[in-house]
Design a protein. Structure first.
Length: 215
């Protein structure tokens, strides 16, 4: 993401996306107080766009607002991991199934290119592996062609990414987890909706178990 550009965005959208990114990548860590005045100056936005961004992030469950006490970055915990994973198992399986049903020839070509890149080279670091994982998920969401569900999936995936980042330093290399997408991409390319759904659900479960062991 271009952290400073507001091209094509409202100021509220700019503030929301910037704060969301910082919460996900731990620049704004769990439990920290949100200094709105400092962030308004840094992001060059006013009070109203900042409040709109905070309201959206509270709805996304990334912030907790306490009246007269301030705004705190939401905690990361086992209870939330289970709830998020339960939701993602259902949604990711549906998205993979629908992507396998809806993929066009152009979509399959892009998936083949992604599959080739995934097969040829392992990510150089856990951070690179996470970035690649995110690219693959967003590609599948787009191919599904349901903007309402796509927005929900992006919200839950962002919460999952935050958990990855929270435990990242304690994790062994996770390239193998990202490699699970090879079979998923192949199932979507082949139009095997049932297999794509099963693989997507299994991938979320593997993510949950890996994070659970490190929280």
């Amino acid at each position: 993401m271009n952290g400073t550009s507001t091209v094509g965005r409202t100021r509220a959208e700019h503030a929301y996306l910037e704060l969301r990114e910082r919460i996900i990548d731990m620049r704004l860590p769990p439990g920290a107080a949100l200094n709105e005045d400092e962030l308004m100056a840094e992001l060059k936005v006013g009070r109203t766009p900042m409040r709109e961004a905070v309201k959206r992030l509270e709805s996304d469950r990334m912030l907790t607002v306490y009246p007269r006490r301030g705004t705190i970055i939401a905690d990361v915990n086992i209870r939330d991991l289970k709830a998020i994973s339960d939701a993602r198992r259902v949604l990711e399986a549906f998205a993979a199934r629908r992507a396998a049903e809806m993929a066009t020839d152009d979509d399959r070509l892009r998936l083949e290119e992604c599959l080739l890149a995934l097969t040829d080279a392992a990510p150089a670091s856990n951070r690179a592996a996470m970035d690649l994982d995110g690219q693959i998920h967003r590609m599948v969401y787009g191919i599904m062609r349901n903007s309402y569900l796509e927005a929900t999936l992006i919200q839950y995936f962002g919460l999952s990414q935050r958990m990855w980042n929270f435990v990242l330093t304690g994790l062994a290399p996770i390239a193998g987890n990202v490699k699970e997408h090879e079979a998923l991409l192949r199932a979507i390319i082949d139009g095997d909706a049932d297999r794509a759904a099963v693989l997507a659900e299994e991938h979320v479960t593997h993510f949950e178990l890996l994070v659970r062991g490190n929280l």
